[in-house]
Design a protein around this ligand. Structure first.
Ligand SMILES: [Zn+2]
Length: 269
């Protein structure tokens, strides 16, 4: 097991218990035609439009309850036609790891152009002193890379990729049909609004804050109706989602980030 995998599976769950950092949406049907499943602390989102079933992110690798949870929302992951990765961390791209059976075996994969550098290990995911840690996810290289601002048209579905570097340097947000914004791990959200994502997981938090300022400006060109995060649920209040983007949340048991979050997401998968 790589150090990053070990950190994600063993350290994060213990370190973050009771601090309210993660509060993903429960597996179910949301609004605006969006469905989701919850895998521990993270969501995979699905949108169906005629011949296309798209997914945003792929969750953890070898996640044992994926079929059961997809069943509950009437989705067969093998029917996902296109899958858009916000970034390639193990909780978002692990489900595509080619050393395991992928539940999304028929999906065409899209990701931001710069994010590929973590798949090829050209860039390290994290540096601890002199040691550079590699991203542990391996996926087939028949994916398609997206430029910043590029839109993909799939019949009546329009998916626009926006580069939001900081959590990783190639992290993308996606806008579906000009009105649903998926922010991945750029944004943390609680009942007081959206914040810069938690510092410990970011490659460069200052860059993430700048990217969120730019994203806030860029979405003025769209009619955004809802904002979906990967680890903190979603909101229809778009202004609220950008309320504290210049602030990095501090996490403690005394002051949990989200008081309504599960004590430990990993205890109840
Ligand atoms: Zn994540």
């Amino acid at each position: 097991m790589s150090i990053i995998d070990y950190f994600a599976r063993n350290i994060v769950p213990k370190m973050y218990r009771g601090k309210g950092a993660f509060h993903p949406a429960a597996t179910g049907v949301l609004d605006f035609g969006v469905k989701c499943i919850r895998e521990y602390d993270v969501n995979i989102f699905f949108i169906q439009e005629d011949r296309h079933l798209i997914a945003i992110d792929a969750g953890y690798r070898n996640y044992s309850k994926i079929m059961e949870k997809c069943n509950r929302i009437g989705i067969n992951p093998a029917n996902v036609t296109e899958l858009f990765l916000t970034h390639v961390d193990p909780d978002h791209a692990g489900g595509l790891d080619c050393r395991y059976d992928s539940p999304f075996k028929n999906a065409k994969i899209y990701l931001g152009k710069l994010e590929e550098n973590y798949l090829t290990n050209t860039w390290h995911r994290k540096k601890i002193g002199p040691i550079g840690l590699k991203n542990p996810v391996k996926i087939q290289n028949n994916y398609r890379l997206l430029e910043d601002g590029e839109s993909v048209m799939l019949d009546d579905l329009k998916i626009t990729s926006l580069l939001v570097p900081g959590h990783t340097l190639g992290h993308s947000a996606y806008i579906i049909n000009d009105n649903l914004l998926f922010t991945g791990d750029s944004l943390a959200l609680n009942d007081t609004g959206g914040y810069c994502f938690f510092d410990i997981f970011n490659l460069d938090s200052d860059l993430n804050k700048k990217s969120l300022e730019i994203l806030k400006e860029r979405i003025n060109d769209y009619d955004i109706k809802a904002v979906f995060t990967s680890h903190n649920g979603w909101t229809k209040n778009v202004q609220h989602a950008f309320a504290h983007i210049d602030t990095i949340p501090t996490l403690s048991k005394e002051y949990p980030f989200d008081k309504t979050a599960p004590y430990d997401c990993f205890e109840n998968p």
